[in-house]
Ligand binder design. Structure first.
Ligand code: FES
Ligand SMILES: [Fe+2]
Length: 464
């Protein structure tokens, strides 16, 4: 290894990218975080390939031998339920010479056969056949090697939601999630039977950095402007079709002056927001189950279940309940290209009418053919283009609400019994942006830790 060249590439003063001075009313991140390709590679190495990344919900692979494919950082993976019913995560890589074994996004397969030379693996990842092994003149050393698929280092489930890690050096998933799981529970507990995947999904790419979609899901500020066409379409529909027609969610929910909002940061980079005292809760699909929910979990939690809310689990997965509920898996491709795999989960056993309403609302706002998601992806691309202005280093997009930050929980969090590291609470009109502090603190922590570890390995290489 050429230590000098490697060192030049590796050593960065990451503190220069995150300027956090809350007491002076300043928080900002450097634009190179969105446009520097070398930094992107370091993010893959130090963040995505070192932490928990969401990979699948149990209901997406319900039958033995069901699989889906995704990626963790730069690594393609297969999530497969084996013929014994157990879910496993494998690197999607033939152990012979490396092609991806599964090309399709999902399917059911008792075995995977490599298209190159025909090596075969069962749904538990075990090698079934090395093609023509007996005539191949293989050595005893080769025969004693495992040809099985490589398992991903860690795979754990939180109530049916699976995260995987390429690194063994991560805490337990429960510890990693911490108190943001309060919000996950609010979605999961809508039904005593928990959640199920609503069949159908959408992959879309946008020409922008992966952090843009992460930021966007915690951004209420843009709804009134960027999604004005969605709001107008909905209002025209109400006028023309009448109030009792199948309803979209009215964007008044986001700007209604009587609503309040709490924003939270949690350990490990997670963020959340929760819109309270919203109007139009009867237009939510889960309203059909409200009485049962209230009897089972109490009025406060039932109210939360019907509220607009977001949980952004750093760095890979967004739980978004705005128009309706959507999961967004973030898959970074390059510094300026990101794939989002989006799908809908719903309470198991909800009434047919409620399910139909959920799907209509989902199509309306979220789908790639919906009235809102394309606006978001277009503006990410535009921001990526604008951020190419190399004489500029900073945007001003993280200051809204910064004066209202509280260390620790707000009253709402205390009442409900969870412990954020930072809170903002106030009128919905805040439309705060300061709660990107937590995710970017985690970004900084991970980048520094990754570099320290890489440098200590490097000095081992040079001097060892
Ligand atoms: S590369 Fe897979 S069988 Fe040869
Ligand atoms: Fe949006």
């Amino acid at each position: 290894m050429d230590a000098r060249v490697t060192k030049e590439r590796v050593i960065r003063d990451f503190d220069q990218y995150v300027d956090e001075r809350i007491d002076d009313g300043v928080f900002r991140v450097n634009l190179d975080m969105f446009r520097d390709p070398d930094l992107f590679e370091l993010e893959m190495e130090y963040i995505w390939e070192k932490t928990w990344v969401f990979v699948v919900h149990d209901s997406q692979i319900p039958e033995n031998n069901d699989f889906i494919t995704t990626q963790i950082g730069r690594t393609p993976v297969i999530l497969q339920r084996g013929d014994d019913g157990q879910v496993r995560a494998f690197i999607n890589h033939c152990t012979h010479r490396g092609p991806r074994l599964c090309k399709t996004q999902r399917g059911n397969a008792a075995r995977h056969t490599c298209p190159y030379h025909g090596w075969m693996f069962d749904s538990n990842g075990k090698s079934m056949m090395v093609t023509d092994e007996e005539t191949g003149g293989y050595s005893q050393a080769f025969k004693s090697m495992s040809h099985d698929l490589h398992q991903v280092a860690r795979l754990e489930s939180y109530r049916g939601f699976y995260w995987a890690s390429l690194s063994d050096e991560v805490s337990s998933l429960k510890e990693y999630l911490g108190d943001v799981s309060f919000f996950l529970d609010a979605w999961i507990d809508q039904s005593p039977n928990e959640l199920e995947w609503v069949k159908g999904d959408a992959n879309f790419t946008y020409d922008g950095n992966w952090k843009m979609v992460f930021e966007n899901c915690l951004d209420l500020y843009h709804a009134k402007t960027l999604h004005a066409s969605f709001g107008n379409a909905v209002m025209n529909r109400f006028k023309n079709m009448g109030e009792d027609e199948r309803k979209s969610i009215n964007l008044d929910d986001f700007v209604n002056a009587t609503a309040e909002v709490s924003y939270y940061n949690f350990d490990n980079g997670h963020g959340a927001l929760w819109i309270q005292n919203q109007s139009q809760q009867e237009d939510r699909p889960s309203y059909a189950m409200y009485k049962e929910m209230e009897a089972r979990v109490g009025a406060d939690r039932a109210e939360l279940m019907l509220s607009g809310k977001v949980a952004a689990i750093f760095p890979s997965i967004l739980f978004v309940e705005s128009a309706t509920f959507q999961m967004r898996m973030i898959r970074p491709i390059s510094v300026d290209k990101t794939e989002v795999y989006a799908f809908c989960l719903a309470p198991k056993g909800e009434p047919d009418d409620a399910r139909a309403l959920r799907i209509r609302q989902y199509e309306d706002f979220f789908s790639t053919s919906g009235l809102a998601t394309p606006d978001d992806t277009a503006v990410y691309r535009s921001a990526q283009e604008g951020d190419q202005a190399r004489t500029l280093e900073w945007n001003q997009g993280y200051h809204r609400g910064i004066e209202m930050i509280q260390r620790g929980p707000d009253e709402k969090a205390k009442q409900m019994g969870f412990s954020p590291t930072l809170s903002i609470h106030g009128s919905i009109a805040i439309q705060g942006e300061a709660m990107y502090i937590g995710p970017y603190r985690e970004w900084l922590k991970k980048m520094k830790a990754g570099q320290d570890s890489a440098l200590s390995n490097l000095s081992g290489d040079v001097h060892g």
